[in-house]
Ligand binder design. Structure first.
Ligand SMILES: C[S@@+](CC[C@H](N)C(=O)[O-])C[C@H]1O[C@@H](n2cnc3c(N)ncnc32)[C@H](O)[C@@H]1O
Length: 295
């Protein structure tokens, strides 16, 4: 078990089987395209996003608290002949010698940092890793939309092919004010349909409300440069946006010219939660196709 709430080491070798989202990659490719020097990717995991960035020529420092997830990432880098700095560390205690122009925390994973004290520590640590004027893109779900899934209902994440059989992933969630407790089930079946083995992953993550995050970010020493509600850069709509994508900047910097702060606007269509490793299968499909349509 690592220092975080979720034992990712125990699922590191199967993570890529059931998490194959790519909806956020164009956004991060754009954000990293013209950055000077290396980019800091926090919660890099097995490299779902990292590999795309490295292949595009972005020099990357990949940080994660799970040794197991990073072992998979390192293996994938070796197999592809790619290079990146890979560091096992808890964001809340991060101390790095480099000062970055850009830090990323993708896949809504800020929510895995539970408790206000640790969230504040994380923001302070990231700020300290940034050069003057450096930006921090921090992602999380919009509680107003994502909370609808926290209802105790068992949902299928999906059925995935494995050698000589299949893996079925499902889960249910309870709580949500602000802590969510999720139980995720992994059932491995042989090709004749018989059950081979089962695995359980208890997960905890926390909803962070918009005003609460903004206050913590400002108190940590950031300015808010933009708040997007989706990876197509739609403005954040409190009632409908699936995610909050915060573009923060060290407060000691000149204003960031790329985008003005974005606060509120209307969005067409029904609210949809963004997919992640907790997402249900049907919701993942729906959200991804909605995002593709809106691009
Ligand atoms: C849902 S996975 C996402 C992995 C990868 N970014 C992706 O998109 O597939 C969340 C990752 O965050 C890492 N993590 C959670 N809390 C962390 C913390 N406090 N410090 C460092 N890594 C953390 C976990 O170990 C896990 O690999």
């Amino acid at each position: 078990m690592n220092s975080t709430q979720i034992d990712y080491d125990s699922v590191a070798e199967i993570y890529d089987l059931y998490v194959a989202a790519d909806y956020d990659i164009p956004f991060f490719l754009e954000e990293t395209a013209h950055v000077e020097g290396p980019v800091l990717e926090l919660t890099a995991g097995t490299g779902r996003l990292s590999l795309a960035l490295i292949q595009a020529g972005v020099p990357l420092t990949c940080v994660d608290a799970s040794r197991g997830m990073l072992d998979v990432l390192s293996r994938k880098l070796r197999e592809r002949g790619l290079n990146a700095e890979v560091l096992c560390a808890d964001i809340c205690e991060l101390e790095l010698p480099t000062r970055y122009q850009l830090a990323l925390l993708p896949f809504q994973a800020f929510m895995e940092i539970t408790g206000e004290a640790r969230q504040r520590q994380a923001l302070a640590s990231v700020l300290a890793c940034l050069a003057p004027g450096g930006r921090f893109i921090c992602t999380m779900h919009n509680p107003a939309v994502r909370r609808a899934q926290v209802d105790g209902t068992l949902r299928l994440v999906g059925r995935f092919a494995i050698p000589d059989g299949s893996l079925v992933v499902s889960g249910f969630e309870q709580g949500g004010h602000p802590l969510v407790k999720r139980l995720q089930f992994f059932e491995f079946f042989n090709s004749d349909g018989s059950l081979r083995s089962k695995q359980l992953l208890p997960m905890e993550f926390e909803f962070v409300e918009r005003d609460q995050f903004e206050a913590m970010a400002l108190e940590a020493g950031f300015q808010v440069r933009a708040l997007y509600g989706n990876y197509d850069r739609a403005s954040f709509d409190a009632g409908r946006s699936p995610v909050m994508i915060w573009v923060l900047q060290r407060a000691d910097a000149q204003p960031y010219s790329r985008s003005k702060p974005v606060c509120v606007s209307s969005q067409r269509g029904a609210p949809q939660a963004a997919p992640d490793c907790f997402a249900t299968f049907s919701r993942t499909r729906g959200a991804i196709s909605a995002m593709k349509r809106s691009n």
